[in-house]
Design a protein. Sequence first.
Length: 319
Amino acid sequence: MKNVKKKRVLLTGATGFVGRSIQRRLIADGDYKLTIATRREVEVPDGGRVFKMAGLTAETDWSDILQTVDIVIHAAARAHVMKNEGGDALTEYRKVNVEGTLQLARQAIKTGVQRFVFISSIGVNGNINKGAFAAEDTPNPADLYAQSKYEAEQALWELTENTDMELVIIRPPLVYGPNAPGNFGSLVHWIYKGIPLPLGAIHNKRSLVGLDNLVDLIITCIGHPAAANEVFLVADGQDVSTTKLLRGVAKAMGRPARLLPIPAGLLQLGATVLGKKAMAQRLLGSLQVDISKTQQVLGWQPPLTFEQGLKRCFDDTTV
């Protein structure tokens, strides 16, 4: 039997919430030679390398490490700009999410990288809808972070046009999984603490994606011929209300869900008065994602159901 040449993969953001899971999957599969890019001191992955970088900027020199890379999975990004940092927030996002990304992509093209997989955000489409977003929809970035991701997407298309490097863009909605940060982590904390929540009568519809499902699609996009130069949306394929999500989290944790049936309109009014309109929109509004293109083009199905994904969150972890 002939030895199959392993694909050489560079993974950025390898120590982040999503990146750690991608790294574990690539190593477990055994079909890849992995290089991880990180600013932290980490152990070299099994059979792989670590590229220690100062940061993801327009000045980062990737040229040496990219000489031995076939595929780039670019999961690194700046997701938050603190108010006390000063300056313009969009400018700060652009330094990493646009300029840093383009620096990596330019050098990837020069060194002959075959495919560049860019992890974007469903926020590029928007943050609320009355009908499911599709990959072909006109972008409507929801916030400054999403705006920077959209600008990066546009610049990548322009940069890779008339080159041999293929581009794949993946836009996930809220990602949940073990020890997830952000909004999902806050919901878990509230349920764990037994805090009564006024979210027992919310009838919105939100698409989420379990960490394992997202990683499975990313791995699929590494080598699938039909993935080249496409945008894919990803989700579990099962939309849930905020109320159902909270009840599902509570069940998976073995905790009671203390939910008060307060009408959504009253909550929206109160949040507006308190200056929490954006937070209320995330909890009360709908955001649905149509993954039919992803399924049809790639023949891909989410490996786990929503319920299975929630169970995975608490199988081997503590809150």
